[in-house]
Design a protein around this ligand. Structure first.
Ligand code: DNO
Length: 364
């Protein structure tokens, strides 16, 4: 079975890009979806799951990857309430298993998911991209969160991981995380994974942890999935084929010392899902997201694809963030999730993959 090309879709009425639009992109077979109205800890009911899966199937796509079922802060912090919340998570896994889901992407980042300081930063060719200015992410977590939340409010577009209800309790959350060291966070992740494992074994669903974005501690909050060593540790800590990675090249390579192709070669059998994104680094440590074409950034997109291809990898892959092109200004698309650059990125990835297939065929 070859790899399966996916596309993240935010759902009917919640995404300006329709399933009919996505259908016109050659090679996309899998819709990566979620119930975006759900708060962490809530049960995803069967009827709600069925409704979305049916919509996706009606266009001939599979609905086998969910991104994300978010993990409640109490589980990450290790509070007494976590056992009940883990039970709820297991119910979500079982319900998703009934509708053919094979992979759940999730993250274990305290408080914030992906973090950027500019969502529409000029790239220099008329397009814009997400940008990270290192000096702006120091102590003032509130102004960073305010920037993102003002944006979501103004354009009536909530972002997963940036739920306004949670963000309204920022001080409380920071206080609750204060005693949580990196070691404790690892322990809490292990406890969570061991807790959900029976539901994974029953349903055959793989949990694929997303890399931390950016891959370093921010605002004093510990971050775990930051490099190759962390991937090794995670996979060994719960050594089950259901404990997997989402190899997010853009997240990892925000630290230019991370070699994503090497991680792909080493752990291909435990990479259930790959997010392919290119990063351009500035000498002062700032970075911008870039087009998928290898030479537009320094992430090594061709090397990563080749590493996956040469290992006979059969997981799910999707273009991650793209730039915003043409009329895709603020309010027109979700930052990073416009239509055009992700479609271009898909074709670039498939072009590389098809050529690698052809070269292999010629060797035989
Ligand atoms: C950003 C995404 C992340 C990802 C979560 C997974 O665009 O890649 O928000 O979905 O971290 O839980």
């Amino acid at each position: 079975m070859p790899m399966k090309m996916g596309w993240r879709w935010y759902g009917e009425g919640n995404d300006p890009i329709s399933l009919a639009d996505i259908k016109q992109i050659p090679g996309v077979t899998s819709i990566v979806w979620a119930l975006h109205h759900k708060m962490p800890g809530e049960i995803w009911e069967e009827e709600e799951i069925k409704e979305v899966v049916d919509q996706i199937h009606s266009y001939g796509f599979d609905a086998e990857v969910v991104e994300s079922v978010n993990v409640h802060d109490d589980i990450k912090i290790g509070l007494d309430t976590r056992d009940g919340l883990i039970e709820n998570y297991k119910t979500c896994i079982r319900n998703l298993g009934k509708y053919g889901v094979k992979v759940i992407c999730y993250n274990f980042m305290p408080v914030f998911d992906w973090t950027r300081t500019d969502l529409f930063h000029p790239v220099g060719d008329g397009s814009t991209a997400l940008f990270y200015e290192k000096d702006k992410i120091k102590d003032d977590y509130k102004s960073m969160a305010e920037y993102i939340l003002n944006f979501t409010e103004k354009y009536n577009m909530t972002f997963p991981g940036w739920e306004p209800e949670r963000m309204a309790r920022l001080d409380e959350l920071f206080k609750a995380y204060a005693p949580v060291t990196k070691d404790m966070l690892w322990e809490n992740l292990k406890y969570f994974l061991e807790g959900v494992l029976p539901a994974l074994e029953e349903t055959g669903i793989k949990m694929a942890i997303h890399m931390d974005d950016p891959p370093w501690d921010i605002f004093g909050l510990p971050r775990l999935m930051v490099d190759e060593k962390a991937c090794d540790k995670l996979l060994k800590m719960v050594d089950s084929p259901y404990n997997c990675l989402t190899l997010c090249t853009g997240s990892l390579n925000a630290n230019p010392n991370n070699n994503c192709a090497e991680i792909a070669r080493k752990h291909h059998d435990r990479i259930a899902f790959a997010h392919i994104r290119n990063i351009h680094h500035f000498p002062n440590g700032d970075f911008s997201e870039a087009a998928h074409r290898d030479c537009c950034g320094e992430t090594g997109i061709i090397d990563v694809l080749r590493a996956l291809h040469d290992s006979g990898w059969e997981g799910y892959i999707r273009p991650d963030h793209g730039r915003q092109l043409w009329e895709e200004g603020p309010g027109v698309c979700r930052p990073g999730y416009g239509k055009y650059d992700r479609a271009l990125g898909t074709q670039y990835m498939l072009g590389v993959w098809d050529l690698l297939d052809k070269l292999d065929g010629e060797k035989k």
